[in-house]
Every structure is written in C-alpha cells, then in structure tokens.
Design a protein around this ligand. Structure first.
Ligand code: ZN
Length: 642
C-alpha cells in the first residue's frame, strides 16, 4: 500500500522546488514507502475540489492535438513492451490495460483518449508512466494551485497561447522548469525555451491546461478591454451595433472566475457603481468595480435573457446564465461547454438586482484515490468500505469541500467491467462511459427531491450493483436510499453536514428509520479544504490562545511552530498570503456506532464513540496549525471544533 501523504510530500517536483534535486536528476517516481520518522501523519495537499480541478475534455470528445503525440509515445513504448508493464506495475489491472489497448486498436483512437473514456487507467497514471519510462519527474495536478506566481510571470511573454507544455517554475540551474505532455512536446518545449536553460518534466494535458488557465491566460485584461469597449459604445450611442457586447462582458467575468477556480460570482451594486466579486477557497475577493452604465446593462441582460425580469417583481428567481449570441457562444465555448452557471437573482432596494452565480464544473476529474490525501490507516479503512458488497457510504461537507472528488475517486476503484455502476446526479460532474449515469434536470417548479426519488426508483430496475446518488434532499429519497442499501446495493451519497456525526443528526431530521440506518451504514467520511499559508510571507503566530489550543495530548512531543497569514501577502502568492489547500477529514465507521444509532443516542456520544481522540477533523486541522501550514483563524471559520 502506498502512503499518499508521503507520496505528495516527496513528489519529485516538490524536490525540484526545494532545490534538492541533483543535477543528474532522479527517476520520476520516487519511492513512496511510509515515512514514520516524522512521527505525525500530516494530511497532504489535496486534489482540488470539483470546480478547481483541471478537467479532461470528455463531453466534447475532441481529439486534442496532444493526444496523437502521447499516443506515439505509447506506441513506441508498447513496441518495447514497456508501457503495458509499467501501467500494470503501477496498479492498473492486466485485463484493464489489455482491454484499453484492444479498444484503442479497434476504434482506431489514441490510447489516452480510450483510457480516459473507459475510466480504467487514469490520464495521470499514463503521464506518470511516460515520465517513468523517460526518467523525467512527474508533475501532479494538485500541485498546480501552489505554483509561484512571481516565478511564472517571468515566462508570461513566451506563453501567449495554450501550448502542449507550460513553465511551472525555476529549476536548480536558475533556468525554467517546463511540464510537457509527451516526449514530442518535451522536444518542442526545449526549442521554445532554449534561451532559458530548460529542464523538463511530464504532466497530463489537463494539468498543463490548468496551469495555462490559471497563470498565463490574460482573462482579466480581456475583461477590462471589453468593459472599456462597452463603455465607449454606450457613450457614443452605438451599443445596438454590437448587441453581443454585454454578453461578452458577462462571459469575460465568468471566464476569469472559472480559470481562477472560483466557486461563486457575486454581482451587486454600491452607491458608487457595480461590484464584481468572487468566492474562492471559501473567501470572497473583489475583482473589479464596474462603471454604472455597464453594470446596469449586465444586470438587465442577465435578468432578461433568462426570462426572469417579470418574475423578479414577485421575489427571488432561480435560473441559469443564458448566452444566446452565437458569436459569444463560439468565443467562450471553453467555459460555456464545460461549466454550469446557476444563478440566483434577488430584487434589492431601488429596483436593483443582486446576482449570485454558482460555478459548477461539468467535466471529468481525473483524481486517483491514493493522491487525494488520506493517511495510511484511513486509506485502508476507505478501501475496505469500497470492497463491501452492500450498504451505505456517506460523504459529507459543504460545497467546495472536495467531496465530489473523493466520491468519484472511490467509485473509480470499483471495477466497472465486473460491477454495474449507476448514478443519479445533479449535475453529472464527470462522465464515465462504463457507468450508467443519469442527470436530474429540474424544470419549472418541479421538486428536485421528487425527481431524484423518481430516477432512483427507475434506476433500481436496471439491476445495478453500485449506486451513486448525488445528494439526499428529502425524507422520501432517504427512505429509498436505505431500502436500496438494505437490498444488496452498495450506495454512495452525500449530505451537507460539517461533521461525520452531524450526518446521523441530519438523517434523523429527514426521518430515516434508525434500524435501517444502523443496519446499512458502512461509514461516514466528512471533509473540508483549508487554505495553506504562502511559505514566503507567513509570519510566526505567538498568540497565547493559539498555544493553548495546541496544548493537546495528541500533539505532545511535536515541534509547534504556528504561523499567521500576512495581510496583503507577497508577490509570490499574488498578494493573497495563501498557496494551495489541504484536505482535513474525519472518518466514522458504522461498526463502531451501530448500537448507538439504533438506540437514538445523543450525537455527541456518537461522535465520541465513532472518532478516536486525535482523529477528528479538528484534530487533523490542529496538526496543520502546529506545523505552521495553516492559519488558526482560517480554521475557526471553516472547521467545527470537536
Ligand atoms: Zn506570499
């Protein structure tokens, strides 16, 4: 069993940044044996939550120009018999690799595309295999968020457009470290950056896209230009000449928010003008002030195009952002095809409207279970859950807690050839062609809970072994889920609760039969993401209250060096004081709490029985504070103390 915590902490790219890499370089895949010398099992950096992760272009099925090259790599490797062996050694099953190779041959499609499509071997595993074959380091998707803004800015001039490679930092010779998707791209990258003493590593194409979008795409400049153009048109009275311009402004805002990994966009108006704000990592950030006239047109367009203008007189309206100009649709296809923009419009004072747009990433997330960030023991427990033939597995956490990522990665460990996997989701956040996936589409005043229930009932007729239900919304759905888990199905679902024990309370509130729950519950995984401090600008936190908080039995013997976020950050973190995120979680095993659930015991008792001291989400969070990785104040906002 590999130890994900250590794997992430020791990833080759980390060591590049740490400048420990010897000039000769080492093979790409470092040993991942558990390192117990540190004495603590720190939660490692986490695969990002759904909306932030680099997506693979699954729905549009366009052949990416990079694919052909990666394919060539694999063909060459295959000729030497290497790739197949490496993938199998990495944990892919023989039958799966052969199935994918066969399918690639029959369909005459590039292997990575086939592999992704059937979901048997992840694109990340393929990238790791290419790296290993060529003795290059591998750059993992979860590292994207923690790159150094200032270092990357030096190469912005060489990244005017998306390439199949991207600079990700500085190498130990003071040159550029570039990630490329295939060996052909490695050569292209060497040429492209030949004046910058490049060294190379391998990343999946979706990781490279994510790096480009996050650090090189000039989306904010584009917004400013478009806003200025609209302002000029309004002043000159020529705005009707280009009716798509307002929609373009909206799309520029959305693209910026999507590329930055925001979860929500807020549009509101102060006395002085419009405000474009977004929420990222659970924290709000004002992006731009918009001129009054521009803002007014934006809001009119958002309300009008979604047909909400009249309904707004009666109260708030839930709708979606609708872009109907074909030109704008074409220009912003990258976000309009990939993301879902649900919008809540609320009438406010003086006939103003407030808009809150929720960003949902509708594409696949390629995250491997072992790289998510569970410690060894938790990894074993969760793997045990997945092997159970029937029962209920709950993943809980607020929006943006990474729970979808955990769910999908767990489900991806189930062999889709041997088991029938079916899902009802809203929305389908990642497509897997070997699963039977249904999407709940809410129209008009239809009740979402009713629709979930109806589709779950019809799904059960398809004789699935494994069921993923996006969310339990009401008591009817809860009853149906418990019935399914009780009749030979392995059911995965989610709840919006802050703690594992909170899930039991929520289920009681939704009239779950305590007997059925006690009988079927395999376990609850509760999780959150917490922002990690920028290593360059954090400062020691010597507050007494923090020292007191860290005075816990399970932290005894550890060096405690709490740090604080610096207001205004530094250049290297883009002024945020934050670089990346880590997952904190707690796991409650059904077996440990069964009698208490049955007896309707108080939630605090269930928590104490189900979670050992030092294993709660709060306890795992304090480890991060003690290590100086997370600001205590950030935790208090995000994690329930227990
Ligand atoms: Zn900083």
């Amino acid at each position: 069993m590999s130890e994900p915590g250590v794997a992430a902490a020791r990833s080759p790219v980390r060591s590049w940044f740490g400048k420990k890499q010897s000039p000769g370089g080492s093979p790409s895949i470092p040993p991942v044996a558990p390192d117990h010398s540190k004495g603590i099992d720190l939660p490692p950096s986490h695969g990002l939550p759904a909306s932030d992760l680099p997506a693979t272009d699954l729905t549009t099925k366009r052949a990416h120009p990079m694919d052909a090259d990666v394919h060539q790599d694999l063909v060459e490797a295959g000729a030497a018999g290497g790739m197949e062996a490496i993938l199998i050694k990495m944990g892919a099953s023989k039958s799966h690799v052969r199935f994918a190779l066969d399918r690639a041959r029959i369909l005459k499609r590039p292997l990575p595309e086939v592999i992704r499509d059937v979901g048997l071997v992840s694109a990340e595993m393929v990238a790791r295999a290419i790296a290993q074959m060529n003795s290059l380091p591998y750059f993992a998707p979860m590292e994207v968020e923690a790159l150094d803004v200032a270092e990357l800015a030096r190469y912005a001039g060489l990244m005017e457009e998306l390439q199949p490679f991207a600079p990700i930092g500085t190498n130990d010779r003071g040159g550029v470290l570039v990630a490329a998707a295939s060996m052909q791209d490695v050569n292209r990258a060497r040429n492209h950056f030949h004046e910058h003493r490049p060294t190379l590593c391998i990343a999946s194409e979706s990781t490279i896209q994510a790096v480009y979008r996050r650090y090189y795409a000039r989306t904010l400049e584009a917004l400013d230009t478009t806003v200025a153009a609209l302002e000029r048109a309004i002043e000159a009275g020529t705005e009707t000449d280009n009716p798509g311009l307002v929609q373009e402004v909206v799309c520029c805002m959305l693209r910026y928010a999507c590329y930055q990994g925001a979860s929500d966009v807020f549009l509101s108006r102060s006395a002085l003008g419009g405000i474009f704000k977004m929420k990222k990592d659970g924290t709000g950030e004002v992006v731009r002030s918009l001129p009054d006239a521009v803002f007014e047109r934006v809001m009119t367009m958002l309300a009008g195009s979604s047909g909400a203008t009249e309904r707004l007189a009666q109260g708030p309206v839930d709708t979606r952002v609708t872009i109907d100009s074909p030109d704008v649709q074409a220009k912003f296809g990258d976000i309009l095809h990939r993301y879902n923009f649900r919008m809540a419009l609320t009438p406010a004072m003086k006939k103003r409207i407030l808009a809150v747009i929720r960003i949902q990433d509708a594409h696949a997330q390629e995250v491997e279970f072992d790289s998510i960030g569970f410690d060894t023991r938790s990894n074993e427990i969760l793997r045990g859950w997945i092997r159970r033939p029937a029962g209920l597995i709950l993943v809980t956490g607020p929006t943006g807690s990474g729970k979808t990522t955990s769910l999908y990665s767990m489900l991806q460990m189930i062999d889709p050839l041997a088991k029938q996997i079916a899902s009802v989701e809203n929305p389908v956040e990642a497509e897997f062609s070997m699963w039977a996936q249904q999407e709940v589409v809410v129209k008009g005043d239809a009740d979402e809970g009713d629709l979930f229930h109806k589709q779950l009932v019809s799904l059960l007729r398809q004789a699935p072994d494994v069921i993923l239900l996006g969310e339990m919304r009401d008591s009817k759905v809860v009853a149906a889920v418990l019935a399914a888990a009780n009749t030979g199905h392995l059911v995965f679902t989610t709840l919006h609760t802050k703690s594992a024990a909170g899930a039991i309370l929520r289920l009681r509130e939704m009239d779950a039969s305590v007997d059925a729950l006690a009988y079927t519950l395999i376990g609850v995984l509760a999780q959150r993401l917490v922002p990690t401090l920028c290593p360059h600008c954090k400062t020691p936190d010597s507050r007494d209250e923090v020292a007191r908080e860290l005075d816990q039995a399970w932290l005894e013997g550890l060096t405690k060096a709490p740090m604080r976020r610096t207001d205004g950050g530094c250049q290297r973190c883009g002024g945020t004081g934050i670089r990346g995120r880590r997952m904190v979680y707690e796991i409650m095993e059904g077996d440990k709490i069964r009698p208490l659930v049955e007896a309707n015991a108080p939630i605090s008792k269930i928590h104490d029985a189900g979670i050992q001291p030092g294993q709660s989400m709060w306890a795992r969070s304090l480890l991060l504070v003690a290590a100086g990785l997370v600001d205590m104040d950030e935790l208090r906002d995000r994690v329930e103390r227990s």
